[in-house]
Design a protein around this ligand. Structure first.
Ligand SMILES: [Zn+2]
Ligand SMILES: [Zn+2]
Length: 120
């Protein structure tokens, strides 16, 4: 049991710099729960979610990154799945922004549709 929802806790979403920013918008967490269920309730690891402006710049995030707004999460590739499968289920879960990478997918609730594929 997480402290944000059934399966997610604030510490998984916390900015990695230690500043204490660990509050994603509820809509993001709700959709992550839907996504997790669509993935057959497999463990879903968040690589990076909330980022303060300073940390976002340090990791090379976009200037107006959704991560700074607490509306985005990067999900690590789930063992036994492909990033394409994950992106398809993220679509079904209703995320607005979905980005495909070799390490997993970025999802967000920016309020309008955005798609990209940065696999190299
Ligand atoms: Zn920070
Ligand atoms: Zn991201």
């Amino acid at each position: 049991m997480g402290d944000l929802s059934a399966h997610f806790s604030k510490k998984e979403f916390a900015c990695k710099c230690g500043c204490g920013f660990d509050t994603p918008v509820p809509e993001l967490v709700d959709k992550l729960e839907i996504f997790r269920e669509l993935c057959g309730n497999r463990a879903t690891y968040i690589n990076s979610a909330c980022r303060c402006v300073k940390h976002n710049a340090k990791v090379g995030g976009a200037k107006n990154s959704q991560h700074v707004k607490g509306t985005a999460a990067d999900i690590r590739l789930i063992p036994g799945m492909t990033v394409d499968q994950m992106a398809k289920l993220a679509e079904q879960a209703g995320f607005d922004g979905i980005g495909i990478y070799s390490w997993g997918i970025h999802v967000d609730v920016r309020g309008y549709k955005a798609r990209w594929d940065y696999r190299k």
